[in-house]
Design a protein around this ligand. Sequence first.
Ligand SMILES: Nc1ncnc2c1ncn2[C@@H]1O[C@H](COP(=O)(O)OP(=O)(O)OP(=O)(O)O)[C@@H](O)[C@H]1O
Ligand SMILES: [Mg+2]
Length: 507
Amino acid sequence: MTSFRLQTVAFAGVETLAIDVQIALTSGLPNFVLVGLPDKAVGESRERVRAALSTMGLAMPSKRIVVNLAPADVQKEGSHYDLPIALAVLAAMGLIPADILQRYVTLGELALDGRISGVNGTLPTAMHALEKNMGLICPAANGPEAAWVDGLDILAADSLTALLNHIKGTQLLPRPNPPIAAPAPEGARDWRDIKGQAVAKRAMEIAAAGGHNILLIGPPGSGKSMLSSRLPGILPPLSPREALEVSVIHSLAGQLRNGAIKSERPYRDPHHSASLAALIGGGLRAMPGEISLAHRGVLFLDELPEFQRGALEALRQPIESGQALIARANAHITYPAQFQLVAAMNPCRCGYLDDPAQACSKAPRCGQDYQSKISGPIFDRIDLHVDVPAMPAHELAQGQGGEDSATVRARVTAARELAQGRFTALNAAATCNAHADGKILEAIAPLNTECQAMLNDAAERFKLSARGYHRIWRVARTIADLAHAADIEKTHLAEALGYRRVAVTGY
Ligand SMILES: Nc1ncnc2c1ncn2[C@@H]1O[C@H](COP(=O)(O)OP(=O)(O)OP(=O)(O)O)[C@@H](O)[C@H]1O
Ligand SMILES: [Mg+2]
């Protein structure tokens, strides 16, 4: 009996689990068996391995071949097991020195002609390999993303033959280089394009500075989508650590284009027909959803009431916890999902509830019906509720655009740095005011007696929930930060209260 083992990985959320590919060649009827909870794609890898070897002029050994993916109780999903299985077969046949392969973690999909196709999750696998003090064998298409991991020995091959030639020493595979992400075209979508709308712009700036959730309500064509699409331009770039964290999620979802790690914050705007699985994650295969792809960035839900009710309600838990928890048949998977929610909606179906000249005959009843599609708990999780009124034509024609994105971004960055400084001093994990909780919130945003009385009074008058109370408090902290004030003052708190939605039918 010949036996041999090599390393690959399985993914559980953003975690990687070490998987041992064990192979045994025994005498008996020629057969090729794969065990260790393979899903359908993994099970089919037998056929791809067989075909790839035959195009290289190699026949499978006429023995009983058993491949075990250990630990056997972890579900194996995806197509990245092809390459480790093929290499294990080649090593068991004595065609590759086993000791070389044992120094590498391997992943890749095989085409029938022996080419190695790209797979999801190379970046986290590369980090896993470095941690284990091993090298990485991966598809050439994923080489650039693996190359971000410094000091890692990488063999990125586009075919089995190229990989074998490298191991034999007849053809060298150069280490791939990390790609340079092309910077976004400057000024393509600038803050300056938005004319008028001073209140909405101010609210967006506060939302950007504190990472707060915001809802824009207004008639059609008033600029809600426009305001939101310009939010990434005023957000500070990701720190290198955050960029890596975000890129791991995008790598698992196969969305890291050309392996380029981006420093801009992600901006995801799923269509309102998106299913629950597309939004939250999961589905047939464990995959990060839109909310995880928006981690450390913006999730924009345009036409909020048009989203499926179930999908919206499923957002409640991730908005609070910053994590997407997906229950699978045999395991729970979590993906990080700390996003900033930006939502836009019309006040009613026709959109002109506020304007008696244009509103339909069903107003104001249609407004109540339309807004009641959004549940109270979802509204309660939104810190800033902003009216975006229609722009009069003369203002549009003459109105000044005002500041550009870079100027606003500088203010936002300064406010975020102030907040970050406080969190670091307290040794807190939060990175912006929106995520400050309990004791941390009390420590970073002490209220003087005057402010305390004002907030308590508002809470009673507007029947604020405990969550609403805390959310206003956090927004007031951000407004104070934008003003470079050490403590929250009454004006800051009053402005924060102004952005709170108080009546369900008030528009
Ligand atoms: N304040 C503004 N300044 C300059 N242009 C504007 C402004 N508001 C709207 N526009 C113009 O109107 C277009 C439509 O705006 P936008 O798509 O943002 O409207 P909306 O509020 O999202 O409408 P809907 O409710 O129908 O989705 C913009 O692409 C832009 O050309
Ligand atoms: Mg719109």
